[in-house]
Design a protein around this ligand. Structure first.
Ligand code: ADP
Ligand code: MG
Ligand code: MG
Length: 929
């Protein structure tokens, strides 16, 4: 079993990525900052939480806790500036650093009363890296530094526990050799395994003090063999070795990869924390654990944590032993699984009470849910870390809303706290309760949602499945940082080991993936590529590639695929969105082509339809033939006859949508795609259609050929069709006007229809089409005795239209930026073929993002700004919106707000995201964030 330290915080949460200050503060002459108090009570702490940029997140929060007088083992932080200096000066330390570190070490010795390398009371320290943003891929923490052949004896004597002392020493040699000397941990793990088989024992804990002492000798020999140097005995040399390794790890492959992924600048540098050790492995009154001040999965205001007695460092999250619950309540909720586990509340009530007090204090102090690390040494509690905890979106919403009612934060802060990109997690599906059946087994629900997929036992297998367009569920004993890509490629994650704070749990929550951990019944046999579950006398075997379903809301695992239904949004969500709506100025509409989409979007809070495409309506099985005969018509009369039969269907579509939108604005785009899209492609299809339409195969074939275009996206489509075949747009205008009459009559509510003409490049196109459409519409409305409030506007999706927006505005009642086509035509990149090379562009950093996902603000953005400005020069107050994919992208929304648009329109499921992003854009402007 690997004893490697596993990073819990593998996905830097947005909250921790401090993007406000992109450059390092100007250099000062001081590179180290102390934290902790003398026993006299004198507080020597120099740092504080606000100094994150200088001290890194971990260092700044350790200082803050020490400043508050909480029991934090004393220590000091080497600032990020020292790291920056290291890299900008050919990897050399600032001249004063050696002496500064020596002075700090002296103070630390004074405060603790132990001396580094002393043969009676040796000081031991941990060396911990810590950047501004929490960053996995950075150096693993080294514990127990300062141990050598002499100090280990002192530790044994002082603790009266040689086994403990040698356990610390062998862990230290292993960690130090791995991280600093580059000797892989497995080398030491083999030796440990050999020792266990020689002693015929299963668990590490069964090895005696003498065994471990012997193991240390073996470890040291291994170091000599591998590095041709003896394991360093001088604690100061050990310390500098560790400091150097932290700095070096800032530019390690894993760290660089992560920085790229999270957009963390490479010039931030990392801090190094050197802290006096406390020991959770000194026996049954000692332990180590992690805790969240509120439940990170549900958001409930209940302390939640896990710990292990007689353990050190991150044993608790590495899955070697089943962690114990922190509270009694937690234990009860575990049901059977909790029966033979003791909670801290029961085991050490006094320590628990003290911990409870601190966690509340910290939460109130930081005004956010905290993720804590603690260690208990012989009944004394120490805090080792605090930071804003990662949580599911559901928990984030609940915590934000609760904290407003607890008067900890304001409504504005609550709205700003939720990451809009994560909102769709809330809309994640649940299993249909009627179709659930009996589960195979149950684990801990670590990150919600319900998913089905094929079992993959390795990250690479998950990636293979994903590449083949399949859904993968990654099933492992546990996960580690190397699995990030595989987790990313999977729809769900299932582990046999680990608790709610395990690597898998934390990373999955960060990624918004469904995840079940600690599924103890799961017997994974990697070699046979299967897992086994015993149910009574039956043994069920699930092989790689078999389908399973995870209900990560309950922790249940099912065989096969179980249908899901979408969740209703809860009350907390409604409250939060209510605040968002109160703050935002930007309108949020939806792209919807059917009454069903329209209803969904309204439920999510859409204030209208910004784009109703009409071509989808033509594809319906029972209409496509009418559309085809329209296309095949040789004469105008023939065409008009065919259109005549389409008209009632089209009118019916609009009536349905108008009814659903009950008086909210509905923007309908007239036919856009090139006509060949409606015709069959293969010879067999052509033959079949010819038979059906009672026409010759030749004639049909010729028509298909004549409509062929080399570049259909730049071809005979959009308003160009309207110019060539005005009767098509006239029919659509008629259908709209008649639907207005019909729907208005039925509901008594006036319909607000907006007719939108696509692909305009020149105002004359718009003028000509507008005149025809207006004539049709006003005639129908007039004879029905209705006022004509139908707006006629245009899409701005060809760069020329944006460049000449002042002219186009003459004939337009509104503009809607079609940013998909606008991006395609501005960058000269086909949005249908871009996937062949665009991902590489993003990888190489040639483009910072896929411009079809997030608006290319510097390029396409200029056309949007120009379009709005020039349009309003001609028509002040001209209504403007956006209806491309970007209308649901939070970063793009922030840009649209700045550009002065009136509304964005996006797909129904992104409406909540857009509402929140619009509120945040407004608040950021108002609060100058
Ligand atoms: P990470 O950033 O991966 O969480 P940490 O520096 O927080 O790394 O440390 C890893 C583990 O070692 C944590 O469980 C932490 O609580 C523990 N640890 C760090 N420093 C000390 C110390 N001075 N005494 C005891 N345990 C420590
Ligand atoms: Mg930590
Ligand atoms: Mg378009």
């Amino acid at each position: 079993m690997p004893h490697r330290v596993i990073f819990r915080a593998t996905l830097g949460g947005q909250d921790e990525v401090d993007c406000g200050h992109m450059s390092n503060p100007t250099s000062s002459s001081k590179f180290t900052y102390f934290f902790g108090s003398r026993s006299s009570g004198e507080n020597l702490t120099e740092g504080k939480a606000e100094m994150k940029n200088l001290l890194g997140g971990k260092g700044a929060n350790l200082a803050e806790m020490a400043k508050l007088g909480l029991p934090v083992p004393a220590g000091f932080t080497i600032s990020t500036e020292a790291c920056v200096h290291y890299y900008s000066n050919k990897k050399s330390y600032p001249a004063s650093l050696k002496e500064e570190v020596a002075t700090r070490l002296k103070t630390l010795e004074d405060v603790i009363g132990h001396k580094i390398g002393a043969s009676d009371k040796p000081l031991l320290v941990s060396v911990r890296s810590g950047a501004r943003a929490s960053m996995p891929g950075m150096m693993d923490t080294i514990l127990n530094l300062g141990l050598n052949d002499i100090t280990v004896e002192a530790l044994a004597k002082n603790s009266d526990n040689p086994r403990f002392a040698y356990d610390c020493y062998r862990r230290f040699i292993q960690m130090y050799s791995d991280v600093v000397l580059g000797i892989h941990v497995s080398q030491f793990e083999f030796l440990l395994e050999d020792m266990k088989s020689a002693r015929k024992v299963q668990k590490d804990a069964e090895l005696t003090g003498d065994d471990l002492k012997e193991l240390v000798q073996k470890f040291k020999r291994k170091v000599l063999e591998e590095s041709s140097n003896a394991f360093p005995q001088d604690p100061v040399e050990q310390l500098w070795g560790a400091i150097g390794a932290v700095f070096e790890s800032w530019n390690g492959d894993r760290a660089i990869h992560y920085r790229k992924m999270e957009n963390i600048p490479s010039d931030w540098g990392t801090a190094v924390n050197i802290q006096a050790m406390v020991f959770g492995n000194m026996g049954e009154t000692s332990g180590t654990g992690v805790a969240f001040t509120r439940n990170p999965s549900s958001g409930e205001n209940l302390l939640f944590g896990e710990y292990l007695t007689n353990a050190q460092g991150e044993d608790v999250v590495s899955g070697i032993r089943t962690p114990q619950p922190l509270t009694l309540d937690q234990k009860k909720r575990m049901g059977e699984a909790g029966l033979n586990l003791n909670s801290l509340e029961e085991e050490m009530p006094a320590v628990f009470k003290e911990f409870q007090k601190y966690q509340k204090l910290l939460e109130t102090h930081y005004k956010d849910m905290q993720d804590l690390e603690f260690t208990i040494q012989e009944g004394r509690l120490y805090l080792l870390q605090t930071r804003n905890g990662k949580r599911t979106t559901q928990a984030a919403v609940k915590i934000a809303v609760d904290m407003v009612s607890e008067k900890l934060i304001s409504e504005e802060q609550a709205v700003l706290r939720i990451n809009p990109y994560s909102l769709d997690q809330l809309l994640h599906p649940r299993l249909d309760p009627k179709k659930k059946g009996t589960p195979l087994t149950k684990g801990l629900p670590a990150s919600p949602g319900a998913v089905s997929g094929k079992v993959a036992f390795s990250s690479s297998q998950a990636e293979v499945l994903k590449a083949a367009g399949e859904k993968a569920i990654l099933v492992r004993h546990e996960t580690s940082p190397e699995d990030i890509q595989g987790m990313d490629a999977s729809v769900g994650i299932l582990t046999a080991l680990g608790g709610m704070t395990s690597h898998a749990a934390v990373v999955a929550r960060g990624m918004g993936k469904s995840c079940i951990v600690g599924c103890a019944d799961l017997r994974i046999r990697y070699r046979d590529r299967c897992f086994e579950i015993e149910k009574g006398t039956e043994k069920i075997i699930i092989k790689e590639g078999d389908l399973i379903t995870l209900d990560a809301n309950t922790g249940e695992v099912f065989q096969g695929v179980i249908p899901t239904i979408t969740s209703e949004l809860n009350q907390d969500f409604e409250i939060l969105m209510g605040w968002a709506d109160k703050f935002r100025k930007l309108g949020v509409r939806t792209n919807a082509d059917t009454p069903h989409d329209a209803r969904t979007a309204r439920q999510f809070g859409a204030e209208g339809i910004g784009l109703c495409r009409t071509e989808h309506m033509f594809f319906d099985a029972d209409r496509i033939d009418a559309v085809r005969s329209m296309i095949l018509s040789e004469t105008q009369e023939e065409r008009e006859r065919a259109l005549e039969s389409i008209l009632p269907m089209q009118r019916g579509d609009f009536v349905g949508i108008f009814r659903e939108m009950r008086g909210l604005p509905v923007t309908i785009r007239l036919l856009d795609p090139p006509l060949h899209e409606f015709l069959p492609k293969t010879h067999e299809e052509i033959e079949a259609l010819a038979l059906k339409l009672e026409t010759s195969v030749d004639r049909l074939d010729n028509k298909v050929k004549s409509l062929h275009e080399f570049n259909p996206m730049l071809g005979h489509r959009g308003c160009r069709l309207g110019i060539s075949f005005p009767e098509i747009y006239e029919m659509q205008a008629r259908a709209i006007a008649e639907a207005i009459v019909e729907a208005g009559k039925a509901s008594g509510e006036a319909v607000q229809a907006e007719i939108m003409i696509p692909l305009i490049m020149e105002v004359k196109e718009l003028e000509s089409l507008r005149e025809r459409i207006e004539r049709v519409v006003s005639k129908i409305l007039e004879s029905a005795g209705l006022a004509n409030n139908v707006l006629i506007g245009t899409m701005i999706e060809i760069p020329r239209a944006a460049l000449l927006a002042n002219e186009v505005a003459r004939a337009a009642d509104f503009f809607s930026f079609g940013t998909n086509d606008l991006t395609q035509m501005t960058l000269g990149i086909s949005r249908d073929d871009s996937n062949r090379f665009l991902p590489e562009y993003v990888d190489l950093g040639l483009l910072s993002e896929d411009p079809f996902m997030s608006l290319d603000q510097s390029g396409v953005g200029q056309l949007v700004i120009m379009g709005v400005e020039k349009g309003r020069l001609t028509k002040p107050g001209l209504k403007t919106g956006v209806c491309g994919e970007h209308g649901g992208d939070p970063r793009s929304i922030e840009f649209f707000q700045k550009a002065g648009l009136d509304y964005v329109s996006c797909s129904p499921y992104r409406v909540p995201t857009a509402r929140l992003a619009a509120a945040q854009a407004e608040l950021k402007e108002r609060l100058k964030l």
